[in-house]
Design a binder for this molecule. Structure first.
Ligand SMILES: *Cc1c(COP(=O)(O)O)cnc(C)c1O
Length: 364
């Protein structure tokens, strides 16, 4: 037998894992500086770790109460009804739930190019078709309603990433409002705020009372440091919030993740430290790296280095892992995640050595 035709479904290419690279280089993983996946360099909140340990003791029970508790806490935080909070396995899971709720076979979606790989993947998994709108490097990856609307042709879902991955730019609030006003009534705009904690721009969640065609996705993977637990959520308008019950996988997230997320949500100190440190690191990278960078509102910086894959490869040989953005359609760039102060300094120093070695006419 065969699967259905999956030829349009490109596999997701993650940043390389630290164990994998360490093995290749014959190094201890501890010796590597891994700044390739926008992970939290401080790890999870200690309170979340404690909650996860405790939850593990009850891992034989289906997570009904834990799901309700996290949903309630998020509803309170965002000043929404609990129905409007769609808890999911990672924000990626929320993207799936939204696609499942919106797409009929053959419906089209509009995704940013370059952009986050999972939007088109999720749409295709749900029998959707994919069109793209450009986020132009020539404009410093500026995001505007007009640039999206130029490409827009009545698609069922339009994905925007703010702050954008991998560029770091934002779609300003007035541009998002202009977009919501301009698209068809039956077009959902998904505002992906995976990096929302790192910016001072208010969340699009504030628009949910006024607009029925917007949904917001958020995650515990980045500022909360729980990427390994796969926990995130969507915030949706009241009008169709009850669709969740019809599209989610039963017990939408696991009990350990739910309890850890609930504890993490309460640890303001950990989030603040993570965000402040990322703000320092992105300034440091922009100031000290010997390559043009783009202003970032996230916990990473995109840098134009010439040959991204050569730079990433050579940096890796010296123990610093950054993201080669070839898979995003930006082979001339690398994306450097914000690390601890020590790791960020080391990464910039190593990258600068690599860049100097690679300069034209200089033999490496
Ligand atoms: C990291 C990321 C996500 C979600 O990650 P999860 O780990 O699935 O929560 C979503 N969108 C963008 C743009 C991201 O970079």
């Amino acid at each position: 037998m065969n699967t259905r035709d999956l030829s349009a479904n490109a596999p997701y290419v993650p940043g390389r894992g630290v164990e994998e690279v360490a093995r290749d280089l014959g190094l201890d993983p501890e010796e590597l500086v891994k700044l390739s996946s926008n992970e939290n360099p401080f790890g999870p909140s200690p309170k979340a770790v404690e909650a996860a340990r405790e939850a593990a003791e009850s891992a034989h029970v289906y997570p009904k109460a834990a799901h309700a508790d996290l949903t309630e806490a998020l509803a309170e935080r965002w000043d929404l009804a609990p129905e409007q909070v769609w808890v999911s396995p990672g924000a990626d899971g929320a993207l799936d739930y939204l696609a499942r709720a919106m797409l009929s076979p053959g419906d089209r979606v509009l995704v940013p190019e370059p952009g986050f790989a999972y939007y088109p993947m999720s749409a295709r998994y749900h029998h959707g078709e994919v069109a793209t709108y450009p986020v132009e490097k020539a404009d410093g990856f500026a995001q505007t309603a007009d640039a999206i609307l130029d490409a827009y042709d009545g698609e069922r879902i339009v994905y925007v990433t703010t702050p954008h991955n991998p560029a770091g730019t934002e779609l300003p609030r007035e541009e998002l409002v202009a977009l919501l006003e301009a698209v068809d009534e039956e077009t959902l705009v998904v505002a992906d705020e995976a990096y929302g904690e790192y910016t001072d721009t208010p969340s699009a969640a504030g628009l949910l009372d006024e607009y029925e065609n917007v949904a917001v996705t958020r995650t515990f993977s980045k500022a909360f440091g729980l990427a390994g637990l796969r926990i995130g959520y969507a915030l949706v308008p009241e009008a169709w919030a009850d669709a969740y019950a019809r599209v989610n996988t039963p017990f939408a997230a696991n009990a350990v993740a739910l309890d850890a997320a609930l504890a993490a949500l309460d640890d303001d100190e950990h989030v603040e430290r993570s965000v402040e440190s990322a703000k320092w690191a992105r300034e440091y990278i922009a100031d000290e790296l010997d390559a043009p960078t783009f202003e970032s509102a996230g916990n990473f910086v995109l840098a134009e280095v010439g040959d991204g894959s050569a730079v990433a490869e050579r940096a890796q040989q010296r123990g610093v892992i950054v993201r080669d953005t070839g898979s995003f359609g930006l082979p001339e760039c690398v994306r450097v995640s914000c690390g601890t102060e020590e790791d960020t300094r080391e990464a910039v120093e190593t990258l600068n050595e690599v860049l100097a070695d690679l300069e034209p006419g200089v033999e490496a």
